[in-house]
Design a protein around this ligand. Structure first.
Ligand code: ASP
Length: 328
């Protein structure tokens, strides 16, 4: 069998944590290398690079962009058959999504993590890393974008989300399901991700002035105005259901749009698209009339990163909406 080469980039997370006096934390010696994957085939050569040693709540958008630029450089180098990123589970889906929308796709990129630290019973990190490595160099991987492998499942970065605070089966793609599975030493892709969002080619730069407001009954107008007053150039509103908000939130959105701020509407629901089917004050159709755009089926935290990248690339709200397939 021909030798294959994979790069593992470590960023931190429970996969590398140990129990300290105050609870789980990153080891004090960050160069302690990645977790050892269990039982790799002899034809697979793995090189390790450490980028960060952070719990993933400390992964800021700018750190995520740094990680994506490193992946882009390594992708261009042509040295690797596959690349794996180890990451904390809390914000993994955001880093993986940014990689998915920004990388060329000439080299498979797989994110993985662990729900249990190496010191716990039933540790999942070594198995997840092995599955991620095998997936990254699999002959069956064809232009699927960035994927996430945990618990023997392969998920599209655009669709995956952490659904459980503690269980090893924490990652799922609600409404879509996994792309495939790692079955012992076999990697089985069952479907391809269609309709992926992608940024125009170019170096990834983020303009972080994008707010995110989650609505609740009677809540959201003050928060949207606060984003605008704080200088945000775009605001993502996680609305109810099909993309509807309380009437006073609609007024705040209209004011935001009038002041030149892009407003994208997503849903608190974790399955389905937003669509302008309700015309009452605050309904999705009303928000479109007031100048907001409805952002398809992506969750708010991913649309926020998407808009940061669009603003960073010099795209306005209409061009960003068009890239999402949601004309403003
Ligand atoms: N809180 C941890 C982190 O995201 C959880 C994990 O890695 O699973 O860094």
């Amino acid at each position: 069998m021909k030798t294959k080469k994979a790069l593992v980039i470590s960023t931190g997370g429970t996969i590398e944590m140990s129990q300290g006096p105050a609870g789980f934390d990153m080891p004090s010696q960050p160069s302690e290398g990645p977790v050892e994957p269990g039982g790799l085939p002899s034809w697979l050569e793995v090189e390790h690079r450490r980028l960060f040693s952070l719990p993933s709540p400390s992964m800021t958008p700018s750190r995520m962009a740094g990680l994506c630029r490193l992946l882009a450089d390594e992708e261009r180098s042509g040295r690797w058959d596959g690349m794996v990123v180890t990451h904390g589970t809390d914000t993994l889906e955001e880093s993986a999504f940014l990689a998915d929308i920004s990388l060329e796709g000439s080299c498979p990129v797989v994110f993985t993590a662990a729900m249990r630290s190496p010191s716990e019973l039933g540790v999942d990190g070594p198995r997840n890393l092995r599955g991620a490595l095998l997936t990254s160099v699999s002959d069956g991987f064809h232009n699927f974008g960035t994927v996430v492998v945990l618990n023997d499942e392969i998920h599209s970065a655009a669709r995956v989300t952490k659904t459980y605070t503690s269980n090893v089966s924490a990652f799922a793609s609600p409404g879509y399901g996994p792309l495939g599975f790692v079955d012992d030493d076999r990697v089985i892709f069952a479907r391809a991700p269609l309709g992926r969002v992608h940024l125009p080619p170019g170096t990834l730069t983020l303009d972080e002035r994008v707010g995110l407001v989650r609505t609740a009954a009677g809540l959201g107008a003050r928060e949207v105005r606060c984003c605008v007053a704080g200088g945000d150039r775009a605001v993502v509103v996680e609305a109810f259901g099909r993309g509807n908000v309380p009437p006073d939130v609609a007024d705040a959105i209209e004011e935001a749009v009038a002041s030149g701020v892009t407003v994208a509407v997503t849903s608190r629901c974790f399955m389905g698209r937003v669509l302008g089917v309700y015309g009452y004050p605050g309904g999705g159709a009303d928000l479109e009339r007031r100048g907001a755009f409805l952002a398809g089926d992506l969750p708010g935290h991913k649309v926020r990163l998407f808009l940061m990248a669009c603003l960073g690339a010099g795209l306005d709200g209409a061009a960003s909406a068009a890239l999402l397939g949601s004309p403003a």
